[in-house]
Design a binder for this molecule. Structure first.
Ligand SMILES: Nc1ncnc2c1ncn2[C@@H]1O[C@H](COP(=O)(O)OP(=O)(O)OP(=O)(O)O)[C@@H](O)[C@H]1O
Length: 262
């Protein structure tokens, strides 16, 4: 199943008595990879959790296609939206292939049947994690485990894929490969959101970039429109190098700006 937009309209969220999101409007469109960026504590994870139906917004609506996300049965929601949490850990020493097979639970599969499911092998191949199939996931390195957990999310083969910092722990080659896989998922018609701090990868792979700061959406559009020197200085307090290349925009944070110079 592909081709469902996920949108939030006027979303606000409060956590521990603090306003964490305020009036956020954002649509994840089928066929598009949206990079969600912003300073630490801006509300990116909270927004992704709202979009995945894991945090109930204090105000506003979350729509999957034309339907209110909150009105969907849990299994239908789990088939529609695959969610990779930030810095995922696994408590049990399950073989990696069984962890990936958990992505098939919303479809009636799981570890018992999962290893024969083509979606599981496709996801492990895409993340270069086939070599770990039989190893306990708790005995993998941080980057190896991150690839297995991404494979679990890919194995859902959901129309909406939300990944919270999928490349933070990966070496450069796997960062590029994983962003390429996520861009391919978008090309196949899925709506893909990726929370990330790497501005170079966001510029290189995203169709759209959305910037959150202090719980508000401060900019959204193409990388060229959003990752401008002025916006990066204002939001992150950094000077970044920019170069328009034939194959995309190169953005490289270069030095912090002195406080008060923004
Ligand atoms: N359970 C909670 N109770 C109270 N405040 C919380 C809770 N979880 C998060 N927050 C606060 O909400 C704000 C947004 O957190 P969130 O994790 O969404 O930010 P983020 O943009 O994903 O940050 P990072 O880039 O550091 O991962 C932060 O100020 C954080 O301290």
């Amino acid at each position: 199943m592909t081709g469902l937009p996920l949108s939030v309209r006027g979303v606000a969220a409060r956590l521990g008595g603090r306003q964490v999101l305020d009036g956020v409007d954002l649509t994840l469109a089928p066929g598009s990879l949206t990079a969600i960026i912003g300073p630490n504590g801006a509300g990116k994870t909270t927004l992704m959790r709202v979009m995945a139906g894991l945090v109930r917004p204090a105000a506003g609506t979350v729509l999957l296609g034309e339907r209110l996300l909150a009105s969907l049965p849990a299994r239908e929601r789990a088939r529609a939206i695959a969610y990779l949490p930030q810095g995922g850990s696994v408590a049990w020493p399950l073989p990696a292939a069984d962890v990936v097979a958990l992505g098939r639970v919303p479809h009636g599969g799981g570890p018992a049947t999962g290893r024969t499911d083509p979606a599981v092998s496709r996801a492990m191949r895409a993340t270069d994690s086939e070599a770990f199939a039989d190893r306990p996931v708790t005995a993998l390195s941080g980057g190896e485990r991150a690839r297995v957990l991404l494979a679990r999310a890919l194995a859902v083969e959901a129309p909406v894929l939300i990944c919270d910092e999928p490349v933070a722990a990966l070496d450069p080659r796997h960062q590029l490969a994983v962003m390429g896989v996520l861009a391919d998922e978008a090309r196949r018609g899925r709506a893909v959101a990726v929370v990330m701090h790497d501005l170079a990868l966001a510029a290189r792979y995203a169709d759209r970039v959305a910037i959150l700061a202090s719980g508000k959406l401060v900019a959204a559009g193409t990388p060229q429109a959003v990752l401008t020197p002025a916006i990066l200085a204002d939001v992150f307090g950094v000077h970044a190098l920019h170069e328009e290349r034939p194959d995309g925009l190169l953005v490289l944070p270069w030095r912090p700006l002195a406080p008060g110079s923004v």
